[in-house]
Design a protein around this ligand. Structure first.
Ligand code: SAH
Ligand code: SF4
Ligand code: F3S
Length: 444
């Protein structure tokens, strides 16, 4: 049996596309190899969001080059966003690469492999751009990602995603619901709806398919067996009152929104083409907290965007405090080829200033998040058990509805929803002990 080794870089979209690649390769008779040296097919699912993503991948690709030199029969395949961005150059710059395919072509992997003649492929052709239409090998038995749209119609001036993932296209609601029903029958209790801008879901759908994001959320939540519904990422400009109302009214929809702000400075937000300013973002936060007072909010923030002054950066620090984020991903601006900022704005914030700002921002995020997470101490939180804790295998680990990881003393089974008394907190995690076994939602 042929064996493959897959390395995944980047965001949840890529992690999910990789589940599809695993499912597809499994149905073609491939088995997973423990290391690249044991594999007949060396596969990468790549990211190109920042220069650092490219560099990390280059290191890994170097190893594939070495293996290909030793074993010329090995097939090296590169998928994902970096592959898409290098479509023209990849085979000349990296002649040992046999196959390259973009994020919209996961479904063509079987056909591309057949062309390499390493495997007699049967009738494995798939239509459609949604990897969600392919078989999948889930990472976790009780949790699933569900792709609801591909691509992005936004024009954030720093971002390469629209160039590599294309125009936004929504997957018809019936296909999404069919997939969720199948997952629920297969033991899934928590789903995360995935899209670059989930909130603009459905605007391109016509006729009977016409559905908005709020209705989709409610429909997914009503699938029997589904106890938790999450989504990522929404764009702040597209969160409407109906979505906030769903958070308030539909019990399965969790009390957490990842709400990427990018900056706290109105001036920088404008140059980023985010289409909201600081007051509008804060107004949205206020409306969310009005409806769901205990909503957990997390975010993405960039420091060192072209022209960012000290004052702009102070606005980002104060935004963190003012919103009171439960967590944040923080990034140093990286100019990307083909983007408006990368091509037309100078990368003018010096490296040492960027590095001072990112440290100060990380400190602020940690202090704020530590203060926020401490509110859970003394509470009993419902925790969906994911398995043994990574740091201490004698304890179990899972997540709250607020999407915070809890490490706790068992006993508890993977996939169970248990009540955990929270006894401690840090800036990123909670700790505790099992209080009682919670009744699944809908049970008597
Ligand atoms: N569609 C999602 C995710 C986009 S990529 C969203 O809009 O939320 C994830 C994050 O990477 C972005 O939110 C942004 O904070 C960061 N990012 C994107 N391009 C970047 C760049 N050129 N330099 C630094 N960070 C970047
Ligand atoms: Fe990139 Fe902006 Fe689209 Fe997010 S919304 S993927 S940051 S262009
Ligand atoms: Fe995701 Fe990286 Fe592509 S963040 S969309 S895998 S460029």
């Amino acid at each position: 049996m042929p064996r493959y080794h897959l390395t995944t870089f980047g965001c949840q979209m890529n992690a999910h596309d990789s589940e599809r690649m695993r499912g597809l390769l499994g149905s073609l008779g491939y088995q997973e190899a423990p290391s690249r040296d044991d594999a007949d097919l060396i596969l990468f699912n790549t990211c190109t969001i920042r220069g650092s993503a490219d560099e990390r991948f280059m290191g890994n690709l170097g190893e594939a080059r070495r293996i290909k030199r030793e074993r010329p029969d090995v097939v090296v395949a590169v998928g994902g966003c970096w592959a898409q961005s290098q479509k023209e150059a990849v085979f000349t710059d990296f002649p040992f690469v046999d196959i390259a395919f973009g994020p919209g072509e996961v479904n063509r992997l079987g056909e591309l492999l057949a062309r390499e003649r390493i495997q007699a492929v049967g009738a494995f052709t798939f239509d459609g751009r949604f990897s969600g239409d392919l078989p999948s090998l889930r990472e976790r038995r009780h949790q699933a990602w569900v792709q609801i749209s591909v691509g992005c119609n936004c024009v954030c001036s720093y971002c390469i995603v629209p160039a590599v993932r294309g125009r936004e296209s929504s997957r018809p609601p019936q296909l999404i619901l069919d997939e969720v029903r199948r997952q629920a029958e297969d033991g899934v209790v928590e789903v995360t709806l995935l899209g670059q801008n989930v909130n603009s879901y459905g605007r391109d759908l016509r006729g009977d398919d016409r559905t908005g994001f709020a209705d989709l959320l409610s429909a997914v939540a009503s699938v029997p067996g589904i106890q938790r519904v999450r989504y990522t990422s929404p764009h702040p400009k597209d969160i409407r009152a109906d979505v906030i109302a769903v958070h308030r009214d539909v019990p399965e929809v969790c009390e957490h929104i990842h709400l990427p702000a990018q900056s706290g400075s109105t001036r920088v937000l404008k140059a980023m083409r985010r289409t909201y300013d600081r007051p509008r973002y804060l107004d949205l936060v206020a409306r969310i907290r009005d409806a769901v007072p205990d909503m957990a909010l997390t975010t993405d923030l960039i420091v060192g965007f072209p022209g960012e002054t000290d004052e702009d950066f102070q606005d980002t620090l104060s935004l963190v405090r003012e919103v009171g984020y439960d967590g944040a991903y923080t990034f140093v601006y990286s100019p990307r080829p083909g983007t408006e900022a990368g091509e037309r704005m100078g990368d003018d914030v010096p490296a040492e200033v960027k590095s001072q700002r990112i440290s100060a921002l990380i400190d602020e995020v940690q202090n704020t998040a530590r203060g926020r997470l401490a509110r859970h101490v003394g509470q009993v939180q419902g925790v969906l058990v994911e398995g043994p804790s990574r740091t201490d295998p004698s304890r179990m680990s899972g997540r709250t509805r607020h999407n915070v990881t809890v490490n706790f003393a068992g006993p508890a089974d993977e996939g169970a929803l248990v009540g955990v008394t929270i006894t401690g907190s840090t800036s990123t995690t909670l700790s505790g002990e099992v209080a009682r076994v919670a009744q699944p939602a809908g049970a008597a």
